[in-house]
Design a protein around this ligand. Structure first.
Ligand code: SF4
Length: 329
C-alpha cells in the first residue's frame, strides 16, 4: 500500500482566551485536542460535525494558517507543521483551499484574469506570457465558466459562479490536495449539487485528494470515500461512506445521521434528539466528551476517555460500548 498523501498525528490547537480584565488565570479553547487522520492520493475524506466542533480548525492547521500547539502534519512524508519558509512555499502550492464564502475570499477589485494569474505567477508555473494566458483560459474551461468572463470582477457573478472562480484559483497552483472548508454550505440546493459534481469531476481528472469539511451530511453522502466525525475537538468515528451511512456505531454519529433526510419522498428516519447543548470547548467534560448528552452514558464514561478502536474492516470508533460495556444507562 502506498503511503498516505497527508497524515495528521495527534494534532492539538488550543487558543488562549482572556477570562477578565484583571484575571491572572489563563484559559484555553481546546478547539482541536488530539486529532489523527490520513488522506490517500485521489481520496475524499469528509470531516463532519456540528458548528464549533473544531473541523475548520483542523483544515486551517493543515494549511498552516497558524502555528499548532502540538502534533504533526505530514505531507508526502515531510513534516509541514514546522517547515522552514522555503520548504513551506512549495508545500503551500501542493495544498490549496476553497472557502465557504467566495465573495469575501476573492478580491473585489481584481478581474478574474488577475485572480487566476496570481497563483500561477507566485509559484512560477508559467514559462511565458503566452503560457500564462493559455493556463488562465484553460482554468475557465475546466470550471465551466465562459472565457469572456475573464475580464469581469467577482461582484458580477452569482454565488455558484464565484465558487467556480474560487475552485479555479485553487487549481491554478496545480495542487494535490484541496481543503474545501464548507465550500458549498452557502449555496442553494441545486447550485450545491452542481459544485459537488464539478469537484468530483475534477478529482477524477486531476487525481486530487479532497478534505471536505462540512456539517451537511446529505451532501457528504453523495461525494465522499470516507467520513471522520468530530465532537468537541476530537474524532469519535472514522469509516468508509457505505459503513458510516448504513451502520454508524458511535452514539453521536447515529444522532447526526438520524437528522439527514431520506431521498424517497415521504420517507423518514427516527430522529434521535440529543439533550442539552454542546458543552464549552473551554471546559470540556471529563472522560468521554459526549457523556453529558449521550443516551447510553454509564459510570465509566464520566471518568475515562475512550480511544479510537477498530470496530470493523476500516471503521474506528471512540466509545466504551465497543469494549463490551453495558449498552444502556
Ligand atoms: Fe456514550 Fe459512553 Fe460511548 Fe461516550 S463512551 S459515546 S458516553 S456510551
Amino acid at each position: 500500500m502506498s503511503p498516505p498523501l497527508l497524515q495528521v498525528n495527534d494534532l492539538k490547537k488550543h487558543f488562549p482566551v482572556k477570562t477578565g480584565l484583571f484575571s491572572r488565570k489563563s484559559e484555553f479553547v481546546y478547539a482541536v485536542d488530539g486529532v489523527s487522520l490520513e488522506i490517500a492520493r485521489g481520496e475524499t475524506l469528509s470531516l463532519v460535525g456540528e458548528s464549533g466542533c473544531g473541523k475548520s480548525t483542523v483544515g486551517r492547521a493543515i494549511l498552516r494558517l497558524f502555528d499548532i500547539t502540538s502534533g504533526q502534519v505530514i505531507l508526502d512524508g515531510k513534516r509541514i507543521d514546522d517547515a522552514a519558509p522555503g520548504t513551506m512555499r512549495q508545500m503551500r502550492r501542493r495544498v490549496q483551499v476553497v472557502f465557504q464564502d467566495p465573495f469575501s475570499s476573492l478580491n473585489p477589485r481584481m478581474r478574474v484574469r488577475d485572480i487566476l494569474a496570481e497563483p500561477i505567477r507566485n509559484f512560477g508555473l508559467a514559462k511565458s506570457a503566452e503560457d500564462l494566458e493559455v493556463r488562465v483560459t484553460a482554468l475557465m474551461d475546466t470550471v465551466r465558466l465562459p472565457r469572456e468572463a475573464l475580464n469581469r470582477r467577482p461582484h458580477e457573478f452569482s454565488g455558484g459562479q464565484r465558487q467556480r472562480i474560487g475552485i479555479a484559483r485553487a487549481l491554478a497552483a496545480e495542487p494535490e490536495l484541496i481543503v474545501c472548508d464548507e465550500a458549498v454550505s452557502a449555496l442553494d440546493v441545486s447550485v450545491k449539487a452542481q459544485i459537488v459534481n464539478l469537484l468530483q469531476d475534477l478529482q477524477s481528472e486531476f487525481g486530487l485528494a479532497l478534505l471536505f469539511i462540512s456539517h451537511d451530511l446529505a451532501i457528504v453522502e453523495h461525494m465522499t470515500h470516507r467520513v471522520a466525525v468530530m465532537y468537541l475537538g476530537k474524532i469519535v468515528e472514522v469509516a468508509p461512506r457505505r459503513d458510516i451511512f448504513a451502520a454508524p456505531r458511535h452514539p453521536y454519529t447515529k444522532a447526526l445521521l438520524s437528522a439527514v433526510p431520506l431521498p424517497e419522498p415521504g420517507a423518514q428516519r427516527n430522529p434521535i434528539i440529543l439533550k442539552g447543548d454542546v458543552p464549552s470547548p473551554i471546559n470540556p467534560p471529563s472522560g468521554c466528551r459526549f457523556h453529558t448528552r449521550c443516551p447510553f452514558v454509564f459510570d465509566r464514561c464520566r471518568t475515562e476517555e475512550p480511544t479510537l478502536r477498530v470496530a470493523g474492516a476500516e471503521q474506528w470508533v471512540a466509545c466504551h460500548l465497543e469494549e463490551g460495556a453495558p449498552t444502556a444507562a
